[in-house]
Ligand binder design. Structure first.
Ligand code: ADP
Ligand code: MG
Ligand code: MG
Length: 253
């Protein structure tokens, strides 16, 4: 069952074409890793999927759960079960984190015809999930991302993931700047969420995360397209030999 189908996608940022006819299909339960040199357009792809205002789609189609994704706004995409972890999450001073999360959950529930979660049940769920993965709950009492360290932002996103239970998870370098223990927590949370239905598209440069979360497919983005696709061994080969040796031109050089 296909969850996400991207066909001939062309995307520009500030009138510069970044994606140049990209094709990608993700089925239920699959884990896809997206790799590529700096500036290849990896973030542009996931930003486009989450309707980021920087990204202008000039051609192609994106189908998500049989719907035209491009017809859905940011909130609708979230409510349809897409979760995006940004490379640098925004800080929202003055908005309590716990309140924000509860609101997001209730928006999604309402959109899907469910009743609001009651405050006690919300707290109980947060407690259970954070205990399971040893995540400090104090983050929830603070303002959203305000003054959070890199590691705290990522842990906070893990809490959001666990509570929102999305169907398609987009991770943009969630492991960057994390210590080994935090990377393990990320992997534990992600692996616990792999239930054969939920799908993941993860951008990473680091093979440590890929060792812990074995992707079914590894794609290399180059010159605005998927230039190479393989299984987990492609990431290992890349780590060992580098981009040039596997025939990918590094446009930064
Ligand atoms: P990656 O995530 O693979 O490192 P990005 O998708 O972030 O690459 O960037 C792809 C290209 O788009 C780069 O050349 C980058 O400089 C450019 N780019 C990204 N965001 C902007 C922006 N807001 N304005 C102008 N150019 C941008
Ligand atoms: Mg980058
Ligand atoms: Mg990036």
């Amino acid at each position: 069952n296909t969850v996400l189908k991207i066909e001939n996608l062309e995307v520009s940022i500030n009138e510069t074409q970044i994606l140049k006819g990209l094709n990608l299909e993700i089925k239920e339960g699959e884990v896809h890793a997206l790799m590529g040199t700096n500036g290849a357009g990896k973030s542009t792809l996931v930003k486009t999927l989450s309707a980021h205002y920087d990204c202008v789609v000039t051609n192609g189609a994106i189908t998500y759960k049989k719907k035209n994704l491009l017809d859905l706004d940011v909130a609708q995409r979230a409510n349809e079960g897409i979760f995006m972890s940004f490379q640098s999450p925004i800080e929202v001073p003055g908005v309590n984190n716990s309140y924000f999360l509860k609101t997001a959950i209730n928006e999604k529930r309402k959109y899907n015809g469910l009743e609001e979660i009651d405050a006690m049940e919300f707290l109980k769920n947060v407690k259970e999930e954070t205990n399971k993965f040893n995540i400090d709950r104090k983050l929830l009492q603070r303002d959203l991302n305000a003054g959070f360290s890199g590691g705290e932002k990522k842990r906070n996103e893990l809490v959001q993931l666990l509570m929102l239970q999305p169907d398609l998870i987009l991770l943009d370098e969630i492991d960057s700047g994390l210590d080994v223990d935090a990377i393990k927590t990320v992997a534990n949370v992600i692996n616990s969420m792999l239930d054969g239905k939920r799908s993941i598209l993860m951008i990473t440069h680091y093979d440590r995360l890929l060792e812990l979360i074995k992707p079914d497919f590894v794609h290399i983005l180059n010159d605005g397209k998927i230039a190479k696709t393989g299984d987990y061994t492609l990431a290992l080969e890349l780590d060992e030999k580098g981009y040039e040796a596997i025939g990918i031109k590094d446009e930064n050089k």
